[in-house]
Design a protein around this ligand. Structure first.
Ligand SMILES: *[C@@H]1O[C@H](CO)[C@@H](O)[C@H](O)[C@H]1NC(C)=O
Ligand SMILES: *[C@@H]1O[C@H](CO)[C@@H](O)[C@H](O)[C@H]1NC(C)=O
Ligand SMILES: *[C@@H]1O[C@H](CO)[C@@H](O)[C@H](O)[C@H]1NC(C)=O
Length: 411
């Protein structure tokens, strides 16, 4: 106890000497009974902004006086039923000669600490209760990462700092709920939905790390808070061409596919061999389907003519580079004339028989194909059994189609 508190005690003693001898006080009869605390002062925990109540219960107070003193500042808050402090948030509630209930409105962080209930006996007696002030977490924006742009292959650290009482802990998650693959200092890989700690360090960032991250600060005092950080990962375009060889019959429509990945978002277009860009018109339909950094490029060529056979290129370009995929459209002679003007079904079959040609922008398979037999395209590079199943399914689909067209003509 500091000397200042002793001064306070002395002051109290001077100004509030018990009026023991007073004839008008009936309690004087119990002259030998000294006041005592009925129970210890409890420790009170309250959330910032709420109200706190700290009770002091005294038996046999008689004409003695009870006072509340804030331990840290030694400020006298109340004496008996009077509020001394100028702090308007402090009052006494439902006080009588036994209960001194200190009421603190709209509790602030500065209210944290000890509160002494003191009786002016000689020597004085006192008890202390502690008020703890909980503070919900808050993210310190200045000290936390904002949205970030990085290149694939570099190392990044996302950081979030939070304050609150007790000290909040930070958890990282992806907004889409996907796990976050990380490499630890030891080189050990960990894949987890969430990660603990102020820092989220990602070594050798890949495009799979791109997305929205949430740092969530919590300390058991609701509400928890979160911050959303976008991680943009730049990389040059890459292409995947599912079918580099596509066969079609004259007068059919045919669709060519390319899948591109690029960020920042790429410019995507189709070329013919002569380098002319293909634009949507009666002949061509160009569609682009975007899904985050992925693009599905489709080119539909309508009513194929002799001059439409040949090479097509899908091209994709962003600020970091460009790449090109090539597709060869070759003529497929119809097995029977019955289905010559039916396009889509036949095309799907042919396309479906070329899984072995899938590669990333390689021209090799198409070169190999040119040495083979153009008219028997579908069989090139497929095994004998799949050729048989190809023919059987062709036959089946022709039957179905003839039936279907028949029905269509009747209705
Ligand atoms: C209040 O907390 C203090 C320590 O902070 C402890 O010494 C005391 O016993 C506690 N009082 C009660 C009533 O639990
Ligand atoms: C990224 O971190 C790894 C492992 O700590 C280190 O080997 C590599 O050199 C770092 N790369 C860059 C670009 O700093
Ligand atoms: C994943 O995170 C949870 C919660 O932080 C933790 O309990 C668990 O051990 C972690 N798993 C791995 C493999 O690190």
């Amino acid at each position: 106890m500091g000397s200042q508190l002793r001064k306070v005690v002395i002051l109290l003693g001077v100004f509030f000497l018990p009026i023991k001898g007073a004839v008008w006080n009936p309690e004087v009869a119990s002259i030998n009974i000294l006041p005592r605390f009925a129970e210890p002062i409890p420790n009170v925990t309250v959330v910032l902004g709420r109200d706190a109540e700290i009770p002091c219960v005294v038996d046999n107070l008689g004409s003695y006086r009870a006072a509340w003193i804030k331990v840290k500042t030694k400020a006298i808050l109340t004496i008996y039923h009077h509020v001394i402090t100028r702090n308007y948030r402090i009052s006494l509630k439902d006080s009588d000669n036994r209960n001194f209930l200190l009421h603190i409105k709209d509790v602030q962080e500065s209210d944290r600490g000890g509160y002494m209930c003191q009786l002016n006996t000689i020597p004085m007696i006192s008890q202390v209760g502690y008020l703890d002030v909980l503070i919900p977490p808050d993210i310190i924006v200045d000290k936390s990462t904002s949205d970030m742009v990085t290149r694939e292959g570099s190392n990044v650290t996302l950081e979030c700092k939070a304050r609150g009482y007790p000290e909040p802990s930070i958890t990282w998650r992806r907004e889409d709920g996907e796990p976050i693959p990380l490499t630890q200092g030891t080189g050990q890989k960990i894949i987890n939905i969430s990660h603990e700690g102020e820092k989220l360090s990602i070594t050798r960032v890949t495009r799979l790390h791109m997305g929205a991250y949430l740092c969530i600060a919590s300390n058991g005092v609701p509400p928890s808070v979160s911050r959303r950080i976008l991680l943009h990962v730049h990389f040059p375009p890459v292409l995947w061409v599912p079918s580099q060889l596509v066969g079609a019959q004259l007068w059919q429509d045919v669709t060519l596919d390319c899948h591109a990945e690029a960020y920042p978002q790429s410019i995507n277009y189709w070329d013919r061999e002569d380098g002319k860009m293909i634009i949507s018109n009666e002949k061509y339909k160009v569609t682009l389907k975007y899904k985050s950094y992925k693009v599905h490029m489709r080119l539909t060529i309508r009513n194929i003519q002799k001059e439409d056979f040949g090479a097509y290129s899908c091209l994709t370009r962003n600020s970091l580079g460009m790449t090109e995929g090539s597709i060869k459209l070759y003529e497929l002679s119809p097995p029977t004339s019955a289905v010559s003007n039916d396009a889509a079904g036949g095309f799907k079959l042919i396309n479906g028989d070329f899984p072995k040609h899938q590669s990333l922008g390689s021209e090799k398979s198409s070169k190999g194909f040119q040495n083979g037999n153009n008219k028997l395209g579908p069989q090139a590079g497929t095994s004998g059994s799949s050729a048989v199943s190809f023919q059987r399914s062709m036959l089946l689909s022709y039957l179905v189609r003839i039936l279907a067209s028949h029905v269509w003509k009747i209705t």
